[in-house]
Design a binder for this molecule. Structure first.
Ligand code: CA
Length: 431
């Protein structure tokens, strides 16, 4: 099995037990070495990037069809991802041979030139993203937020019958490390108005997990739930930056708009479904009081992904004083009520076509405890329980200069730990 714990890489840094990127992971990304370069497809191994394009062109990756090799010449992952799980698995095997103890890297220096230190490359949004949809799939998040506004009945009547979502904005998806400018917007002190225009005052993050679609569906057809998982190429971390004061005034009756459209940060490395196999658990659990699902959302073998997710916060002052970021929350993606397979089946149930490179976000990942709440709105309970920061300040919502860092990893008995790297962004003042 390609996630076998005993597999080892000749790249020393990948053998560090704390590395996010052992040979069992091999997440895909798109990188450049300098600004004049065309973008290239790579995979992360330890603290290096393997130039997949270069290795394929030099004939090091055996067992690939010509169309697959051509797809690896692309400047995004779209063409390769569209070829499906079989091609992805062939490449995974070829990469594990190349990077393994008996591969060409132990020989003359020639093959070594395809390994580049990650600190020397710039990473880019790995897909041409046509569409981005964001869901609301954590029952803990939906219940917490709902109870702030509707204490008697936090969940809407539809919530346990369908994965609620909205169509987001693909043009403002940015890669980890990109600065995020605090938005201007219309806000109102009361529900009745009148509004004023100015800088957002209640700036928040949302900790989410996202999937990139490998294969899509033709307009007018559906992706049935049993086939939905197979449509996923891989998984990234998402920060769905949210302007809570803008959201509060604008969201009724059609949902979020400008509160969410100014930036969405993603982690650069796409962790494939193959790498995640050892961390899939049957689920999600349903309680006896939960309503039965309609047939099109039921699956015989649906799974939850057991991904541990962390949020870290560093103020500008903390960074200047070289203080470590503060852990704000830690939770698990296995606590979600809806799966990506259900989201895909529901999204396409009308015949809506998903396309290669589309991004689906899970919605804020919150768990049952205070320290597993995935946004500041919940974590500080609308600012009523501010966080004490190591620099002596306190936080209700994000201030200019604050940097948010998401990290994530998977651990399971008998499996090699894998990680997602980081999804990072710092807030610039409004302008
Ligand atoms: Ca969201």
């Amino acid at each position: 099995m390609s996630s076998d714990r005993s597999l080892r890489s000749i790249v020393d840094s990948a053998e560090d037990p704390a590395s996010d990127f052992p040979i069992q992971n091999l997440p895909f990304g798109v990188f450049t070495r300098d600004d004049r370069d065309a973008r290239r497809i790579g995979v992360a191994i330890g603290d290096q990037v393997l130039d997949v394009r270069g290795a394929a062109e030099s004939g090091y990756l055996g067992g690939l069809s010509d169309p697959a090799k051509n797809a690896l010449l692309g400047t995004s992952l779209n063409e390769f991802a569209a070829m499906g799980a079989g091609t992805r698995n062939n490449l995974r095997r070829a990469l594990q041979n190349f990077l393994g103890l008996d591969g060409p890297l132990r020989g003359p220096a020639q093959a070594r030139k395809f390994l580049i230190p990650q600190r020397e490359v710039k990473l880019h949004v790995p897909f041409d993203v046509g569409d981005y949809t964001d869901f609301y799939a954590s029952v803990h998040h939906a219940t917490n937020v709902g109870s702030m506004f509707r204490p008697d009945k936090p969940l809407m009547p539809n919530w346990k019958h369908l994965p609620v979502g909205y169509h987001g904005r693909a043009s403002s998806i940015v890669i980890s490390g990109s600065p995020v400018r605090r938005p201007m917007g219309q806000t109102s002190a009361t529900d009745e108005g009148p509004p004023t225009f100015g800088a957002c005052r209640l700036m928040d993050y949302e900790l989410e997990v996202g999937v990139f679609l490998g294969s899509g569906n033709a307009l007018g057809t559906r992706i049935e739930i049993e086939k939905a998982r197979n449509a996923i190429f891989g998984v990234v971390l998402i920060n769905d930056w949210s302007a809570r004061d803008i959201q509060k005034w604008e969201y009724q009756p059609l949902g979020p708009f400008n509160a969410k459209n100014f930036a969405t940060t993603i982690s650069p490395w796409v962790v494939t479904m193959e790498a995640l196999e050892p961390f899939m658990l049957p689920g999600p659990a349903r309680m006896p009081e939960d309503p039965p699902l309609l047939e099109y959302l039921k699956s015989g073998d649906d799974v939850v992904l057991d991904i541990t997710l962390e949020v870290w916060l560093a103020s500008e002052e903390m960074r200047q004083r070289r203080m470590s970021p503060m852990l704000v929350s830690r939770g698990s993606f296995r606590d979600m009520y809806w799966t990506f397979a259900q989201m895909i089946a529901h999204h396409t149930s009308t015949g809506c076509n998903l396309r290669t490179g589309d991004l689906l976000g899970s919605g804020t990942v919150s768990g049952p405890t205070v320290d597993s709440r995935g946004c500041l709105l919940e974590r500080t309970w609308r600012g009523q329980q501010p966080l004490a920061m190591p620099d002596g300040s306190e936080r209700k919502f994000l201030l200019d200069g604050d940097e948010i860092i998401f990290r994530a990893y998977c651990e399971a008995p008998g499996a090699r730990r894998i990680g997602f790297g980081e999804c990072r962004g710092a807030i610039l003042a409004a302008s």
